[in-house]
Design a protein around this ligand. Structure first.
Ligand SMILES: Nc1nc2c(c(=O)[nH]1)N[C@H]1C(S)=C(S)[C@@H](COP(=O)(O)OP(=O)(O)OC[C@H]3O[C@@H](n4cnc5c(=O)[nH]c(N)nc54)[C@H](O)[C@@H]3O)O[C@H]1N2
Ligand SMILES: Nc1nc2c(c(=O)[nH]1)N[C@H]1C(S)=C(S)[C@@H](COP(=O)(O)OP(=O)(O)OC[C@H]3O[C@@H](n4cnc5c(=O)[nH]c(N)nc54)[C@H](O)[C@@H]3O)O[C@H]1N2
Ligand code: SF4
Ligand SMILES: [Mo]
Length: 887
């Protein structure tokens, strides 16, 4: 493999599913560019995809199988897992074991995991992190259409005249779709965009109208819309009378809860005019796409919220035609593939149902399996409760980090700590979950593995390997089939290549289908090895009748229910379960930042991606901040009945009063106390079982640290036991540690030395101590190169980090530079660039602000022309606009 032959593959991050062209050069460097031929992105990329090359290094990888922390052979590891699973099933029955899998597995991996558990072990106990992500959307689509079908495709975003983004921070979480919306607006100035989100996120930059809804009230807003549409005579009678049932009941429920615009606005705490504008525009625009994501799904009434918006599309018949429809964006790269293979504990496979005897019979015959699960297994939150209760004695966790991402995460950790057998398959060694694995199985990572993924618009794309297999890592499908073989099911798991599995999966989708299941990719069941290898992205269904795939579904008004009609669902809105109290007065909302992916196991390897947001934070409205006496840039403790975190304070009026926002990303691997999942109450939607991760309650207080500091060091592990607060992040060629402590050090210099593990009297160590101010600074050199530096003092007022980080790039620091380093002030010719805004070209906030001022820049394009910022992936353009507005 050389520079000249890029491999076409798919980005492993979000559900947009961008095609990328990856090149490995002679020096082992990986560069990644957007694939112009891929329909999802047509060459576009975001900051995360662009930086994929930074994340393929092997330092943090799990590369050998381990039992109890000792390296073992694959045979030993696989025999142990198969043997123990077999014993536990014999002694306690099949429900005593469970798999907890992930939307980041490839379809082929997912298929065999589900087949093993449901068809051969005979339990429904396989659930997935998609439970925390998509399950409310799945349940809502099933209720409305009779099947889990996303009827739209991305082209609809360009064809729409109105786009409603609800509970979606598209700019950060689906950045390429955001770019497509921005472009669509340029091409079509009449395109009207509405954002519904309690926070004013970067996505608001593309919105004509931002509805800063009271958290959790979405169903009232959409019930109000349904009622308005009815009163305005906007019913598509031909559609609703021929193709739907249940409209009258849904209308009655809507009228009950939101009888007028005024009532809806009041309940959602929104200005009446804004709600009216939204309703009016929706009523008069035929081509509307309603995009929804976690602000809808992660709710104790997530399924109802989704159905309330689907009702409005059914009422107006806006479904299945170009430029319209209710469009759930999937989060993970293969959330959709997991839905196809039935990875959720209440599904079977190929869109069939566990509790439908006809379906179980069909799948059992197809699999020729000795048993078949006939009842739903435990959903994620219950699955870990069953582990805690000892009902589940062995669990196999693949490609997910539940100790960080599940609610009441400390209980999840405790459950795993006392579980008889914890098996983990991961590519990273030190995650909070992998650490608890008795058996650790090294999986291949992106770039090393082959298979398929399906994105939000049902588009199946290939992931292709272009990197050598490191250590003894193996593909997930291989690991699973080897365990299956050793459990006695060799004949049924005799796959030699992912294509063998894919063909079986495709064949099952068409097996005795007769048009009953829209998920049908039987057109791909005879793919040869070469055809699979060169498979072009294609949207399912793919059948003999539609060999090139299908853009939209249900345009003919024929749905997947028994009578072929879609169902209106009457919605009685419910409030979120946890409501603020005098003890926990704030609504705690959680979500994502631009450049990190989930629990940071992979994006944390990239200096570029780590510099945009390097610390966990809490966002709070200025009035609340004043009341709680927390200040911007200071540290705060956020606490619920279940746990606490220490995070940096960001005071911002984009946050509502009474609400806090904390990112979901930080784990024990990267912070002393940043795991926000520990605070979230395990409240779930009664239909979908999806946790209410957007609406817990908490209190906030100032963290009374007596010293603050930071360390920049080429060393990756330091003993940070004296720091109550620490966060580590990667910089170019170094690690950055932000630290703080509660107690008052007696000897500041000794404190600093102990943090760096340095004996007194070391000579390559230059230090400066201002005793009157208790400011301690020190730098360690190796030859003329800076090795580490540490700054501590009594307040957060410390020198700019970005300038110091740049000194690590120099091979030689002269005396002047060393002196300026210790004084904490850049020399005239050294620029402090500030926090990195453009991750592609490493352009900092201060550089941009200076140029805006000095060069009188007016638009993001001007900034691009002057500094390159924003000209590659475009992920930072919303922030460039904010910096322009701030001038
Ligand atoms: N950068 C980045 N991108 C990602 C990911 C990542 O980790 N990092 N993860 C991927 C995954 S798996 C997923 S699921 C997606 C998630 O993508 P999104 O759903 O867009 O992201 P979130 O930040 O979780 O939440 C979206 C918004 O919901 C809002 N919200 C909270 N409560 C309510 C409410 O009651 N009503 C409404 N209308 N909105 C509310 C929040 O304020 C937040 O801004 O992102 C994917 N893309
Ligand atoms: N508070 C709060 N909690 C949330 C959310 C929220 O918004 N707020 N969002 C929820 C949502 S939507 C999601 S999707 C989850 C995500 O949460 P998780 O799934 O727990 O997060 P990840 O960090 O993506 O974990 C994936 C793991 O798989 C490993 N991995 C990557 N590729 C492979 C592979 O090919 N094979 C194997 N075996 N391992 C691999 C990675 O190293 C990593 O350890 O978090 C949920 N939790
Ligand atoms: S939008 Fe970004 S993270 Fe999502 S698939 Fe595309 S490049 Fe990857
Ligand atoms: Mo997700």
């Amino acid at each position: 493999m050389s520079k000249t032959s890029p491999t076409l593959t798919t980005c492993p991050y979000c559900g947009v599913g961008c095609g990328v062209a990856a090149t490995l050069d002679e020096l082992g460097q990986v560069t990644v560019k957007g694939d112009k031929s891929h329909p999802a992105n047509e060459g576009r990329m975001c900051s995360k995809g662009t930086a994929l090359g930074d994340t393929v290094y092997l330092q943090e990888r799990l590369l050998y199988p381990e039992i109890a922390g000792e390296q073992v052979s694959w045979d030993q590891a696989l025999d142990t897992v198969a043997g123990e699973f077999g014993r536990i099933v014999r002694e306690h029955g099949p429900d005593a074991i469970a798999f907890y899998v992930s939307g980041q597995l490839l379809t082929e991996d997912y298929y065999v995991a589900n087949k093993l558990m449901k068809g051969f072990i005979g339990s429904g106990n396989i659930d997935t992190n998609s439970r925390l992500c998509m399950s409310s959307a799945v349940a809502a689509y099933k209720r409305a259409f009779g099947e889990d079908i996303v009827p739209c495709c991305y082209d609809d975003l360009e064809r729409a005249k109105m786009i409603v983004l609800t509970g979606s921070n598209t700019a950060w979480c689906h950045p390429v779709l955001y770019q497509r919306i921005v472009k669509a607006r340029k091409c079509n100035p009449d395109l009207f965009v509405v954002l519904i989100d309690p926070r004013r996120t970067q996505t608001a930059n593309v919105a004509d109208l931002h509805l800063g809804i009271k958290p959790g009230r979405d169903a009232v807003l959409f019930n109000g819309l349904l009622n308005y549409l009815d009163e305005a005579g906007e019913n598509n009678e031909i559609f609703s009378s021929n193709f739907t049932t249940g409209m009258e009941e849904a209308l009655a429920a809507a009228k009950d809860s939101a009888p007028s615009i005024k009532a809806a606005a009041k309940s959602c705490q929104l200005p009446v005019e804004d709600v009216h504008e939204f309703y009016r525009m929706f009523a008069r625009t035929e081509r509307v796409v309603t995009v929804f994501s976690q602000g809808t799904n992660q709710s104790s009434s997530g399924v109802d919220k989704a159905n309330s918006l689907i009702n409005c599309h059914l009422f107006t018949g806006r479904i299945g035609r170009p430029g319209m429809g209710p469009f759930s964006l999937t989060g993970q790269p293969n959330a959709m593939g997991g839905r196809e293979v039935g990875g959720l504990a209440n599904q079977l496979a190929a869109h069939m149902e566990l509790e439908n005897p006809e379906h179980t019979d069909r799948v059992q015959r197809f699999w020729d399996s000795p048993v078949i699960a006939r009842k739903s297994g435990a959903k994620a939150v219950d699955l870990f409760r069953n582990i805690a209760d000892g009902k589940i004695k062995a669990v196999w966790i693949m490609a997910t980090n539940p100790v960080v991402s599940l609610p009441e995460a400390d209980k999840v950790r405790a459950a795993l700590e006392q579980c008889e057998l914890v098996v983990v398959s991961d590519c990273v060694r030190e995650t909070d979950t992998v650490k608890l694995g008795h058996v650790r199985l090294p999986a291949l990572a992106w770039g090393e593995q082959d298979g398929t993924v399906t994105n939000s618009e049902r588009c199946i794309s290939r992931q292709r390997a272009f990197l050598p297999v490191p250590g003894q890592a193996r593909s997930d499908w291989w690991i699973i089939t080897e365990v299956a073989k050793r459990m006695g099911f060799a004949d049924h798991f005799d796959f030699n290549d992912p294509v063998d599995i894919f063909r079986e999966h495709a064949a099952l989708s068409g097996f005795e289908n007769n048009g009953q299941r829209a998920f049908n990719i039987s057109g791909l069941e005879t793919l040869s090895y070469d055809e699979y290898d060169t498979l072009k992205p294609v949207r399912w269904p793919v059948t003999a009748a539609a060999p090139n795939g299908t853009d939209r579904l249900y345009g003919n008004g024929k749905f997947s229910t028994a009578d072929g009609k879609a169902r209106f669902i009457p919605i009685t809105p419910r409030n979120p379960v946890s409501q603020p109290t005098s003890e926990y007065p704030y609504v705690l909302n959680t979500g994502r930042v631009r450049d990190h992916w989930h629990t940071i196991t992979r994006t944390g390897m990239s200096p570029r991606l780590s510099s945009h947001t390097f610390e966990p934070y809490v966002e709070i409205h200025p009035e609340d901040a004043a009341r709680e006496e927390v200040v911007d840039g200071g540290l705060a403790c956020v606490e619920s009945a279940h746990g606490h975190v220490f995070v940096r304070v960001r005071v911002s009026d984009s946050q509502q009063t009474g609400s806090l926002f904390v990112p979901m990303h930080w784990s024990g691997q990267f912070s002393s106390q940043g795991r926000i999942g520990a605070l979230i109450k395990s409240v779930v939607d009664p239909v979908s079982g999806q946790p209410e991760s957007k609406h817990s309650t908490a209190k906030i207080s100032k963290c009374k640290a007596n010293w603050h500091g930071f360390i920049l060091s080429r060393r990756s592990s330091l003993d940070l036991q004296y720091s109550t607060y620490w966060v580590r992040s990667r910089g170019k060629g170094l690690w950055r540690y932000e630290i703080a402590g509660l107690e008052q050090p007696e000897d500041w210099a000794a404190r600093a030395r102990s943090l760096l593990g340095l004996p007194n009297g070391q000579t390559d160590w230059a230090e400066f101590f201002d005793t009157s101010q208790n400011h301690y600074r020190a730098a360690q050199f190796k030859g003329s190169r800076l090795e580490s530096c540490i700054f501590i003092g009594p307040t957060e007022m410390l020198p700019p980090r970005d300038w110091l980080i740049s000194l690590f790039q120099e091979d030689k620091l002269d005396r002047k530079a060393r002196a300026s380093l210790l004084s904490g002030t850049p020399l005239i010719d050294q620029e402090d660039t500030g926090r990195i805004v453009c991750a592609c070209f490493n352009v900092g906030e201060k550089t941009i602000s200076r140029s805006i001022h000095e060069q009188k820049l007016k638009t993001p394009e001007d900034i691009g022309a002057c500094l390159q910022a924003g000209t590659n992936c475009g992920s930072c353009i919303p922030e460039l606009r904010e910096l322009l507005a701030a001038r």
